[in-house]
Every structure is written in structure tokens, then in C-alpha cells.
Design a protein around this ligand. Structure first.
Ligand code: LLP
Length: 436
């Protein structure tokens, strides 16, 4: 699973590129993204929606993996882009991404971010709460703009996924609650806002979800809100954004359903739940399922420590700085030796990172051929929420990112330099007597 094949040298090959060569050429740790697979995933969503015959829009949730080259791929494939910060917005704009195809998310967009997005003329704001509704209306008025908005509602649906990435439950920091009339009041206020155009609703129930039940429930609840809004306010939503969250397979035991099945279920639920109402355009915004399986991280094996009779620790030259997910969510991954891909796994090892932190373990109990210092370890399905959550703990440098396709590798993010790490540091003048 993941991406890649094994070539005649017994090496892992990704997008037609020998992984061992990639490690040699670009250094490790290295994020390798299979560009063709990214594009294929995007096309699957679009094709699945076309089959439903309903009007739709697919946006890529850039939080999963955001670089300028990625924004170009999104644009070339004709998808919209979902951003959640000035940084993601800036990345998209600098890549030349069409502003009218950008959606802005977030529960605490700052005035600076709202103004930046208004000035750029982005396509749509997903308004999360009353504070934002008021602030955006005022800022838009000041700038003589009239942005389109969706209201994010909290459907009160709990899905089974890691607690940290559940978002649909009522006790959530995101969105207008359905109970207590919050959402209807938000519709009323949005309709009264002189500088906003209310286009519809948004909901997002969580991430890494394997089944369709939660989506069906959420669609039903938002449809009920739509009916209430029509009865009480005469309002009809033109757009319904069902969010993202479609799960992928990280390890053997994961059993996600394919994108096509999610799309069919959502379309079916919208058709059924919106009976008697005009059908809204259905929007989705997947992140993980677009890039997750397309990514592989390459590491070089460093030290090996045997705790006799207990465990063998194999340390690699990265860890929680380039992939925080195991430490944060106990996320599981699979890996192989890229340079000895055909050898039989004969030992069980634990892959540790290099950070001064016991929790910095990437994979517990991984079966590998006898590991030696200098081997290249390839961890699969690392395309989502790894580079985008990378950090400089212990002043480690963030790795480079390459896109591979048809046997060619393009550097899309340079590896950070040691100079980058101190580039923003300043030494107060009173310390100058002791220069470095
Ligand atoms: N839309 C909204 C409003 C979201 O909050 C998210 C993810 C998405 C779309 C995209 O969800 P996806 O299709 O990627 O599941 N860092 C965590 C995941 C956090 C997801 C946050 N929101 C992880 O590494 O698992």
C-alpha cells in the first residue's frame, strides 16, 4: 500500500525514482510526494461527483500539506483551495492561485487575516461564530466589499476517531450550535448583515473517518436547519459544504472506504434530506485523502541499541519534528528498508527519532530485515499533516520536500539551513559585550 514499487536493484521506487538515489541526492529526512497519485486522488473526487449528476465543488484542505507547488497542482486540477491562516493564504496567492477559488476557514481569524483576505478578493469566508460575523461585516463595509459567506454549523455528531480530531460534537470550539437556536439566529444575523452575502452552510464532523454514517447524520441535521431557516426566515441555502475527513489506510488493519463511496453517500443523503427544498450545490474539502498516501518519508538509520531480551531501538535522523502524529495521536505507520526492499523481515525493532523526548517514537514493533547503520528507512503514507505540522524542536531543521513524477524529481521545498535557524534571532544590545 502507500505508493511505489520495487526496482531491479531491490530498491523502493516512487514515481519512477529510486528512493535510495533520492536520499543520496537530496539528503534525509526527506518528504517524497508522488505527484501523479495526488492528481489521481483529486480526479477521483471530481469523477465521483460528476457521476451523481449534482452540482458540486471540491476544495483541497491545504492544512494537510501546503506549499506553493502544491497550490499549483490544485489549480491545474481545477479544484478550489481551503486555507485557515494568513500563511496558507499567502502561500496560495504567491503561487498565483486564483483568489476567487479560495475559501477561508478558522474559528479565530484575526482582523489582519480578514483584511488580507478581503483585499485579495477571496471567493468565500466560512464564518465560524458571532464575533467573526460582526467583524467581517464591519471590515467588509469599511472596504466597500461584499464577500460571500457560509455559516459553519456544529451538527452535534460524534464520530469514532481520535478525540483530538473530532469536531462535530456539540461541545466544540468550532461553529454555530444547532441546539439552542444559535444557528438560526446566525442565519438571521447574516441575512441582516449589509455587507455579507449568505450562500449557505458548512459542517465538518472530524478527520480520519472510515464510514458514511456520520456524514449522513450531519447532512440530515443541516437539512433540518435549512427547513427551519426557510420556514422562519424564508431563506434557502445555495451551497452546502459537508467538510472533509475522509479516512485513509495507514496500516494494514485500517479499513477506510474509497472516496467514491463517501461521495455517493453524501449525494444520496443530500437528495433524501433536502426533499421538498431546492438541492444545494454540494461542496467537500478533503485534505488527508488527497495527499496522505502519496507521501513517503525517507530517513537514514543512525544508532542501533539493543536492550537485551526486551527491545531493539533503531534511531533515525528525524522523528517528531517531521512527523508529530505518532507522539500526538499515537498514530501508526508502516515502513520498509528502501535499500533492501526484497529482503525478508527477520527482526522486530522500534523506530525512534532523535529528539530528547521518550515519546519520540515513530513506530513500535516494526518487522524489518536486519537493520544496519546507513540503511534508508521509508515510512509510507506520510503525505498529510507531517510537513504541515513540522517543527524545530531541539533546533532540528525541517526537511526538504520533493515531488516525483515519471522518473523525475523536483525540489519543491528546500531543506532548512542552520543559518535559517538563527536567522530571526536577535541578541539584545546589552549583551553585545559578549559577541558570538
Ligand atoms: N475542513 C475542515 C473545516 C477541517 O477542519 C479539516 C481538518 C478538513 C476540512 C480536512 O480534513 P481531512 O480531509 O484532512 O481529514 N492534524 C490532524 C488532523 C486535523 C484535521 C483538522 N481539520 C492529524 O494529523 O490527523
Amino acid at each position: 500500500h502507500g505508493t511505489g514499487r520495487i526496482n531491479e536493484r531491490g530498491h523502493l521506487e516512487i514515481g519512477g525514482c529510486d528512493a535510495v538515489e533520492l536520499a543520496r541526492r537530496f539528503g534525509t529526512p526527506l518528504y517524497v510526494m508522488d505527484e501523479e497519485l495526488i492528481r489521481e486522488q483529486m480526479r477521483r473526487y471530481v469523477a465521483a461527483f460528476r457521476k451523481t449528476g449534482l452540482p458540486f465543488q471540491v476544495a483541497y484542505a491545504s492544512k494537510a500539506f501546503c506549499t506553493m507547488a502544491m497550490c499549483r497542482v490544485v489549480e491545474e486540477e481545477g479544484l478550489h483551495l481551503d486555507v485557515v491562516s494568513d500563511g496558507e493564504l499567502y502561500t496560495a496567492l504567491r503561487a498565483g492561485f486564483p483568489p476567487e477559488s479560495i475559501h477561508f476557514h478558522g474559528n479565530n481569524k484575526t482582523p489582519f487575516e480578514l483584511e488580507m483576505a478581503l483585499d485579495a478578493g477571496i471567493g468565500l469566508f466560512i464564518v465560524d461564530n458571532f464575533t467573526e460575523l460582526e467583524m467581517l461585516d464591519r471590515l467588509a463595509g469599511e472596504k466597500g466589499k461584499r464577500p460571500r459567506i457560509l455559516l459553519r454549523v456544529t451538527p452535534g455528531v460524534e464520530v469514532s476517531t481520535h478525540q483530538y480530531i473530532q469536531t462535530g460534537q456539540e461541545d466544540s470550539r468550532f461553529g454555530f450550535g444547532l441546539s439552542g437556536g444559535q444557528a438560526v439566529r446566525a442565519v438571521k444575523e447574516a441575512l441582516q448583515a449589509r455587507h455579507l452575502v449568505l450562500e449557505g452552510f458548512h459542517c465538518h464532523i472530524g478527520s480520519q473517518i472510515f464510514g458514511t454514517g456520520g456524514y449522513r447524520l450531519a447532512v440530515g441535521k443541516v437539512a433540518a436547519l435549512a427547513k427551519e431557516a426557510r420556514e422562519r426566515l424564508g431563506y434557502l441555502p445555495r451551497i452546502f459544504n459537508v467538510g472533509g475527513g475522509f479516512g485513509i489506510r495507514y496500516v494494514e488493519k485500517d479499513r477506510p472506504i474509497p472516496p467514491e463511496a463517501f461521495v455517493e453517500a453524501i449525494a444520496d443523503a443530500v437528495r433524501k434530506s433536502f426533499d421538498g427544498l431546492p438541492l444545494p450545490e454540494i461542496w467537500v474539502e478533503p485534505g488527508r485523502s488527497i495527499v496522505g498516501e502519496a507521501g513517503t518519508t525517507l530517513y537514514t538509520v543512525g544508532t542501533v541499541k539493543d536492550v537485551p531480551g526486551i527491545r531493539k531501538y533503531v534511531s533515525v535522523d528525524g522523528g517528531m519534528t517531521d512527523n508529530l502524529r505518532p507522539a500526538l495521536y499515537q498514530a501508526q505507520y508502516e515502513a520498509m528498508l528502501a535499500n533492501r526492499a526484497l529482503e525478508d523481515p527477520t527482526e522486530t525493532v522500534t523506530i525512534a527519532g532523535k529528539c530528547c523526548e521518550s515519546g519520540d517514537v515513530l513506530i513500535w514493533d516494526l518487522k524489518l530485515p536486519p537493520v544496519r547503520t546507513g540503511d534508508i528507512l521509508a515510512v509510507s503514507c506520510t503525505g498529510a499533516y507531517t510537513y504541515s505540522m513540522a517543527n524545530n524542536y531541539n533546533r532540528n531543521r525541517r526537511p526538504a520536500v520533493v515531488f516525483v513524477r515519471n522518473g523525475e524529481a523536483d525540489l519543491v521545498v528546500e531543506r532548512e539551513t542552520l543559518e535559517d535557524l538563527v536567522g530571526k534571532d536577535r541578541i539584545p544590545g546589552r549583551m553585545r559585550g559578549n559577541p558570538v
